[in-house]
Ligand binder design. Structure first.
Ligand SMILES: Nc1ncnc2c1ncn2[C@@H]1O[C@H](COP(=O)(O)OP(=O)(O)OP(=O)(O)O)[C@@H](O)[C@H]1O
Ligand SMILES: [Mg+2]
Length: 246
C-alpha cells in the first residue's frame, strides 16, 4: 500500500528525517512511537504533502504511484487521510459545510456521484452517532472552541466519512479521556478492513490496547531504529527509549 524508501527530509535547512524506510501493506496497522522531536509529525506531514518540508532524498510509493509528485489534494483523492496532532480551527466555515465540501470534492475526483444534502446528512448522522458526537457540533465553526478531545473525535469522524485506504493518525489519543479513547478506538476498529491500512503515531501503549497494531516501530535520530510486534510497545513503556539508542 505504501512504501517509504530512504526518506530524507529537512525543515528550514535542518535535517530531520535521515533515511527512513517503512512499508505498510493492506490490512495492516502500524504504530510509530519515539521521543519528542524525533520527526514523527514531520513524517506524517510529508506524507500528507505539507509544503514547508523539503524532501532531500528517498521515495514514497502509494498504491504504486509516486506520492511525492502529487499535490496534497491528489493524495487525498487517491485515498490518503491524515488526522492532525493539532487540528486546525477555521472561522466562518461550519463543520458540516467543511465535511460536505471535502467529501464531495473527493467523490467527484474519484468519478463518484456527488451526495445530495439529504444523502450527506443521512450519512453524517450515522457516522456521528457511531462517534457519539452531538448534532450541535455540525453547525459550529470547524474546530473553533472545540475542546482538545472534541477536535480529535471530529478528526475521526472525518476519517469515517472519507473512508480512506491509508490513514495516518498523529497522536489522536493525546488529550482524550478514557471514554473518548474507547469511542475513537471503536471508530477506528470499525473501519478496519483487509484492503485498507493505518499508521498510528502515539506516545502511549494504552491506545494500542484498544487498537491492536500488527507492527510497532521506534522512530529516533531520523530513522526507524527498531521494529517489532505489539510487545515492543510494552517494553518501551517499561524501559523508555534509552535501549534504542545503543
Ligand atoms: N516548521 C518547522 N520549523 C522548524 N523546525 C521544525 C519545523 N517542523 C518541525 N521542526 C523540528 O523538527 C523536529 C521534529 O519535529 P516533529 O514535530 O516531527 O517531532 P515529533 O516526533 O512529532 O515530536 P512530538 O512527539 O513532540 O510530537 C523538531 O526538532 C522540530 O522542532
Ligand atoms: Mg508530533
Amino acid at each position: 500500500m505504501i512504501e517509504i524508501v530512504d526518506l530524507q527530509v529537512s525543515v528550514e535547512g535542518k535535517a530531520i528525517l535521515k533515511g527512513l524506510t517503512l512499508s505498510v501493506e493492506r490490512g495492516e496497522i502500524h504504530a510509530v512511537m519515539g521521543p519528542n522531536g524525533a520527526g514523527k509529525s514531520t513524517l506524517a506531514r510529508v506524507l500528507a504533502g505539507h509544503p514547508a518540508y523539503e524532501v532531500t532524498g528517498g521515495e514514497i510509493w502509494f498504491k504504486k504511484q509516486n506520492l511525492l509528485a502529487m499535490a496534497p489534494e491528489e493524495r487525498a483523492c487517491l485515498g490518503l487521510f491524515m488526522g492532525f496532532q493539532y487540528p486546525l480551527e477555521i472561522a466562518g466555515v461550519s463543520n458540516k459545510q467543511f465535511l460536505s465540501a471535502a467529501l464531495n470534492a473527493q467523490r467527484k475526483a474519484k468519478g463518484m456521484e456527488i451526495l445530495s444534502e439529504v444523502d450527506f446528512e443521512a450519512l453524517l448522522d450515522t457516522k456521528m452517532a457511531a462517534m457519539e458526537i452531538l448534532p450541535e457540533f455540525m453547525d459550529r465553526n470547524l474546530n473553533e472552541g472545540f475542546s482538545g478531545g472534541e477536535k480529535k473525535r471530529n478528526e475521526i469522524l472525518q476519517m469515517a466519512l472519507f473512508d480512506p485506504d491509508f490513514a495516518i493518525l498523529d497522536e489522536t489519543d493525546s488529550g482524550l479521556d478514557i471514554d473518548a479513547m474507547r469511542i475513537v478506538a471503536r471508530g477506528v476498529n470499525q473501519m478496519r478492513r483487509s484492503d485498507n491500512a493505518l499508521l498510528l503515531i502515539t506516545h502511549y501503549q494504552r491506545l494500542l490496547d484498544f487498537i491492536r497494531p500488527d507492527f510497532v516501530h521506534v522512530l529516533a535520530h531520523g530513522k526507524i531504529v527498531r521494529s517489532g510486534g505489539p510487545e515492543l510497545a510494552l517494553e518501551l513503556e517499561e524501559k523508555g527509549y534509552a535501549p534504542c539508542n545503543s
